[in-house]
Design a protein around this ligand. Structure first.
Ligand code: PNS
Length: 202
């Protein structure tokens, strides 16, 4: 038997008063069937493009979770996005260049719960704006729970000033030359410019 294993067994046999406080806490937690708190959360989405509503949710998530992976989902067979996955990742990285290694920006294809497993995330973060989001989010949460019961979904409310902001509406308004300043970061406006005949206002 490897030495580490026999040491672990010996430690478990030691009276609880001689174990370290963290070992005692950990065995109490296990005894009640309660999992350790999540260190890594994943915030998935299309992010086509990132909006200030997404930025708000990411900042709130970083107040709650030590580490966050923002994951751009794409489907190579039927992706109708305006921006490539690499462009979407770049824009998110640009928005959080100041945060350091508490945030990772990545892209994935396939099932979200499988991706979460691969990166060791046990919490999925989703933003909720209005009641209209609820039905869709509820279905996704239940399906993800059916697939992987050990992964929890946590909802965050964006600031009320972003309740009507969505990537889809922002793109539509910008494509007709409407004013989307304050709804997306400035560098997103710059990325819209070559795509639309009418330049978005700056
Ligand atoms: O920003 P969106 O488009 O509302 O995000 C939806 C997203 C990417 C979270 C969802 O479509 C997703 O999880 N896609 C990955 C494929 C998957 O796991 N599908 C089953 C979801 S129950």
């Amino acid at each position: 038997m490897p030495a580490t294993r026999s040491r672990t067994k010996a430690a478990a046999r030691r009276p609880s008063s001689r174990r370290s406080p963290s070992a005692r806490a950990s065995s109490r937690t296990k005894a009640r069937g309660v999992a350790e708190p999540a260190q890594m959360a994943v915030y998935p989405g299309s992010f086509d493009p990132i909006t200030n509503g997404h930025v708000d949710i990411i900042r709130r998530s970083l107040r709650v979770f030590p580490r966050l992976t923002v994951a751009v989902a794409y489907n190579p067979n039927k992706d109708q996005a305006m921006f490539t996955p690499a462009e979407r990742v770049d824009m998110i990285r640009e928005a959080f260049a100041d945060v350091g290694d508490r945030i990772v920006v990545d892209s994935f294809t396939g099932l979200l719960v499988d991706y979460a497993d691969r990166i060791g995330a046990r919490v999925i973060v989703r933003g909720l704006r209005a009641v209209s989001d609820f039905e869709y989010e509820f279905q996704m949460t239940m399906m993800n729970r059916h697939l992987k019961p050990n992964i929890e979904t946590v909802f965050m409310m964006a600031d009320e000033s972003y309740f009507y902001t969505s990537s889809r509406l922002v793109k539509e308004v910008a494509s007709f030359g409407g004013d989307v300043r304050n709804l997306v970061p400035d560098f997103v406006l710059d990325r819209f410019a070559p795509r639309f005949a009418r330049k978005p206002r700056r």
